[in-house]
Design a protein around this ligand. Sequence first.
Ligand code: HEC
Ligand code: HEC
Ligand code: HEC
Length: 206
Amino acid sequence: MKLLFRKFSCHKFSVAILATIFVLFSAQVSFAGDPNTFNRLMKAKEEKNLPPVRDGIHDPDSEGASMLQPPKEAFSNMVKGKAGNYVDWVKSLKQGKITPRYDRLDPNAKPIIMDLNIVREVKGSMPDVVYPHAQHTEWLDCSNCHPAIFIPQKGANQISMASILLGQKCGVCHGKVAFPITAKTCRVCHSKPKAKKVKNKKSAKK
Ligand code: HEC
Ligand code: HEC
Ligand code: HEC
């Protein structure tokens, strides 16, 4: 499975859940009188990318946990991202900060990069979604998505934000091993503005 090397973002996800539970728990105990503790927007920023011995996933008493490279150290040279583990993996790959093997057994295997953008029109005011094959096939094999997740035919798949947030369609990876859905990442997928359409409507009226 080509996604193995990014498994740690799954851990990141669980850390977020654990951290939330912890914050909720400690909030009750220590800030009983503070009216803002129930408001997640007022919550202090959690510490990101904790070392394995403190991440709540690895056994801190195990020797192995302290032998693992802490994410902060591993990520220090990467291009910064907006969410998830705060690494822009696409840019980091492009700039050669990482050179992952495309094939686990063959160190010389090269990816078959397919440069094909699929635009999915979105009803309402959100910009349209551009699904870029290029940035995906740099890491992934066609068979990682076709045909199990997506029928390889433009418009043949029904995709909604709800299904993505439930971990289906794009959500099979986004929010687990690829950048998550947060207020800061909407525009990474919804990247095609609808300006043209509005202009056409206006000029049609004139
Ligand atoms: C990360 C997931 C993913 C990977 C990997 C992927 N695709 Fe796709 N592919 C999609 C999505 C999403 C669509 C759009 C489907 C839709 O609009 O309903 C699509 C559409 C297509 C289409 C239809 C294009 C059209 O105009 O109808 C073809 C052909 C295709 N993919 C081939 C490939 C090939 C070949 C590879 C490997 C080199 C590949 N895909 C890798 C997600 C992926
Ligand atoms: C991983 C990519 C991705 C991210 C990130 C993302 N979206 Fe979407 N969004 C999609 C796709 C794909 C669709 C389905 C488009 C279609 O109809 O084919 C969609 C559809 C929508 C729709 C149309 C109604 C619906 O539910 O299908 C709205 C509204 C929307 N997104 C809002 C948002 C907002 C707000 C954010 C940020 C919090 C966001 N999206 C982040 C991929 C994404
Ligand atoms: C099989 C896993 C997988 C699926 C399914 C998937 N993605 Fe991705 N996607 C990735 C990975 C891995 C990356 C690169 C790492 C990252 O940016 O977090 C990525 C990156 C991206 C990027 C960033 C490109 C850039 O230039 O930074 C966009 C946009 C994107 N995906 C949109 C989508 C949309 C829209 C869908 C659904 C139609 C989708 N992805 C489905 C794995 C997936």
